[in-house]
Each structure stands twice: as C-alpha cells, then as structure tokens.
Design a protein around this ligand. Structure first.
Ligand SMILES: CCCCCCCCCCCCCCCCCC(=O)SCCNC(=O)CCNC(=O)[C@H](O)C(C)(C)COP(=O)(O)OP(=O)(O)OC[C@H]1O[C@@H](n2cnc3c(N)ncnc32)[C@H](O)[C@@H]1OP(=O)(O)O
Length: 405
C-alpha cells in the first residue's frame, strides 16, 4: 500500500474505531520560565566571568564554539548573579559541599515555577482548579518528601483529595513519562481530569565552574535552561461541559531503551550537585538506532513504515545534533522539526518540561497556519529521549477544528 494511503487508513482507524485511550485528550497547555534571560551569544563571556574562569582561554573558546553550534538563541535561569552572590559553594568552589543548599533553593523554586505554568493551563481550560482529580508532577530538580506536588496542590487550591504522583529523576524524558501516566489515569478513571506539571530548575543543581577534565559539562552548560510546562488531560467522552476544547488526542504511548547505551547520557546526584555525562557519541547513536526503535514501538499501530513525513513530529530537542540525527534517521523533510528547533532556540533544553513547550508550539503553529496539507499532521509522534538511552513515544491526533480556535 502506498505510504499516503496507508496513513489515511491509520488515521481513519484511529477516528472510527477508538482504542482504549483514543478519546483521552490534551485539554489545555501552559508554560512558564524564570525571569532571568541570558542571550546565548553572551553566555560564554557571562559564564566564565561569573565563575572567575576567564584565564581558561582555551576552554572559553571551546565554550564559544559549542554555543555557536548549539542552535540556542536564549535561555532562562532561576539563578541570577544577585542570588549567587556570597554563595561560593554554588558557582566558584566545587570542593565545598553544596547539595543541601542547592536542594533548598530548588525546593522553593520548583512549586512556584510549576504553579505559574499550571495557572495558565487552568485558565485556558476554563474550569475551576477544584475540578482537577489527579496531579502528576515530574522534576529532576528536587529530592524530598513531602515534595513539590504537595506545595503545588496548595498553591493552586486543588481539592484535598486530589490523587498525587511525583516522578523524580526521569531525565529529559520526564515530561513524556508524566504524559503517558496521565493518559493511562484519564483512560481508566471516567471523568478524571489530570493536571501534569513538569518543572525544571536543574541548573540550580548543576551550575559549577568549568574544568578541563569535564568537557561534556560545557555542553550541558551550553544547552540547558529552566522552565515549566503544564497540561490538563481528560477523557473527551466524559465531559459534561462545553467549555473544554480538545487540542490533541492521545492515541497510544510506549517506552523503549536503546540497548548498550547505559553510559551514553547520565545524571548522578552527588555532594556538589549533578554529575553529568553526555557522550560525544550520543548524536551518532541516536542517528543509527532511533528509526528502528520507534518503528518497533509503533508497529502494533500499523504506523511503522506508513511514511514518516506524513506525520507531525514533536521531538524533544536534547541538542541541535540530536534533532539533526532524528531528521536524518526518519528522512524527515525540511521544516518537520521546526517546532522543536524553535523551542531549542528560544529556551534551550529544559529537560522534561521541553516537550510541553514543543506541543504548545505545534498547537500555536496550527492555529496560525491551519493544516497546509490534509495529512501533514492529523497524526503525529511525540518523541522523548533521555538517560537509558530511554525512548518515549506518544502517538497524537490533532483535534479537528483545533486550528480554527
Ligand atoms: C544563571 C545560571 C546558569 C546555569 C547554567 C548551568 C547549566 C548546567 C546544566 C546542566 C544540566 C544537566 C544535563 C544533564 C544531562 C542529562 C543527559 C541528557 O539527556 S543530555 C541531552 C542530550 N544532548 C546531547 O547529547 C547533546 C548533543 N550534542 C549537540 O547538540 C552538539 O554536539 C553540540 C551543540 C554540543 C555541538 O555541535 P556540533 O555540531 O557537534 O559541533 P562540533 O562538532 O563543531 O563540536 C563543537 C565542540 O563541542 C565538542 N563536543 C560536542 N559534544 C561533546 C560532548 N558530548 N562532550 C564533550 N565535548 C563535546 C566537540 O568535541 C567540539 O570541540 P572542539 O573540537 O571545538 O574543541
């Protein structure tokens, strides 16, 4: 069957013969960032000046080369020079213990950042916060109980019986994991309204001076930023109101792992914050393996080989080279990853929160441009990558009429 015909049939299937979760939909999206914004063109100078490392000229030049190639224009950070002042353990001297101080800062920051994004999602949703039945929070920036979920529920005025789940340390695919979990909750609890909040201020746990011995930490310092994304998810069939407007239906989700890649991407919480590992081989490993992995994951839906270019793509922008690898591996046409590249450019990699920004950007582009081709995007693949190397996919179907909103 020709690729386009095959895709038409998959799309029709997903509309007329709903699978278990096919009426579960994203009903609202909100995002937020801290106020401190640094332009990427200024970052190497800023970073080396603030960490009193200007004498490391070779390393600074390398940082400039990485920033130039990063595809990032600007990023937002919880830290400012003012908040760092007088705290040498946070940015000057990695031999000083700093974990408790870092965790105390992020414990206060994460619920506030999550609440800023969630408040926007709730406002767009149009129903009272008290109608939220389940809360799924994901972060890489905290390690305590009671956690950010409890404080977030308080800040938003959620009902005291809201059912909370907190995901820690899922790396860059934490947003996809949270969305997968929320899809399952909404699909198995009629009338459930699940608020997903993914908040990341991971730079709080990772900021430290540059050292020759750890060039991949330069890559992390050049790519990552802070932000939060929130999504409300519910079963479209069970809505008793007409205020809810589905944006994307969540058709199916799956998770896989690229074998033999345990050491390719890593994060380990230690006395001075996160120890980060980003192998220089990561982009090539993704290029060589991702298509086969995703094809296997989507085969039960009949999507594999249906023509990757007929789908819309929401790929986690782990780094510019990771996006290039995905573009090559799926032989995607120019522009297919435009939303991911835009988010990388405007915000950097915000870990798990990033995928929600990408989803929001795709929605924004559709509202502006409409569907240029019938199939350029009724069905799409959300793709998250992170330590493991773990691969999360979710098949999305854009709600008809969403573009006219
Ligand atoms: C206000 C407070 C501010 C706080 C900021 C603090 C920020 C800290 C944030 C930490 C966050 C924690 C991250 C945790 C990571 C978790 C794991 C992930 O999922 S990660 C997600 C997955 N993300 C990824 O895997 C990143 C994917 N990589 C990329 O996107 C690109 O490779 C690139 C943009 C980094 C460079 O562009 P590309 O076209 O490749 O350009 P070139 O070939 O020309 O190379 C330029 C230079 O870069 C070098 N170099 C490159 N890679 C590495 C490396 N790994 N290792 C070492 N070096 C590396 C390369 O050798 C060359 O050096 P030189 O010869 O000039 O001396």
């Amino acid at each position: 069957m020709a690729a386009t015909a095959r895709l038409v049939s998959v799309l029709q299937e997903s509309q007329k013969a709903p699978r278990r979760n096919s009426s579960v939909a994203v009903l609202a999206i909100g995002t937020a960032n801290p106020a401190n914004c640094i332009l990427q063109e200024d970052y190497a100078d800023w970073y080396f000046r603030v960490t009193k490392s200007d004498h490391l000229t070779a390393l600074k030049n390398k940082m400039k080369r990485i920033c130039d190639k990063s595809g990032v224009k600007k990023r937002y950070f919880h830290y400012t020079e003012e908040t760092l002042a007088g705290r040498p353990e946070l940015f000057l001297d990695p031999t000083l213990p700093s974990l408790s101080a870092r965790l105390a800062i992020s414990a206060a920051a994460i619920p506030e950042l999550a609440a800023a994004a969630a408040a926007k999602a709730i406002a767009e949703w149009g129903r009272p916060a008290g109608d939220i039945t389940h809360l799924v929070v994901s972060t890489n920036s905290s390690a305590q109980a009671p956690g950010a979920d409890v404080r977030l529920a308080e800040l938003l005025g959620l009902r005291p019986t809201v059912q909370r789940t907190l995901l820690y340390l899922h790396g860059c695919f934490g947003g996809c994991s949270a969305l997968r979990l929320a899809m399952d909750i909404a699909g198995s609890n009629r009338g459930a309204r699940v608020l997903v909040a993914v908040a990341e201020a991971t730079t709080v746990l990772s900021f430290r001076p540059p050292v020759d011995a750890h060039p991949d930490a330069l890559v992390a310092a050049a790519l990552f930023g802070d932000g939060a994304g929130a999504v409300i998810i519910g079963d479209d069939d069970s809505t008793g109101t007409n205020v809810e407007r589905p944006i994307f239906y969540m058709v199916s989700a799956s998770q896989g792992t690229l074998p033999g890649t345990e050491d390719t991407l890593s994060m380990r919480l230690q006395e001075d914050g996160y120890d980060i590992g980003i192998s220089v081989k990561a982009p090539a490993i993704v290029r060589d393996n991702i298509e086969g992995c995703v094809a296997n994951m989507l085969a039960p839906l009949g999507l594999a080989g249906a023509g990757w270019n007929g789908l819309f793509w929401a790929v986690h922008p782990g780094g510019r080279a990771i996006l290039d690898s995905c573009q090559d591996a799926f032989a995607l046409g120019p522009g297919k990853l435009a939303a991911s590249r835009h988010v990388l450019s405007e915000y950097g990699n915000m870990y798990g929160a990033t995928i929600i920004f990408v989803m929001d950007e795709i929605r924004r582009r559709r509202q502006q441009d409409g569907e240029r081709k019938e199939l350029d995007g009724r069905l799409g693949v959300m793709l998250g990558l992170g330590p493991g190397i773990s691969v999360e996919t979710m098949v999305l179907r854009s709600a008809s009429g969403m573009e006219k909103k």
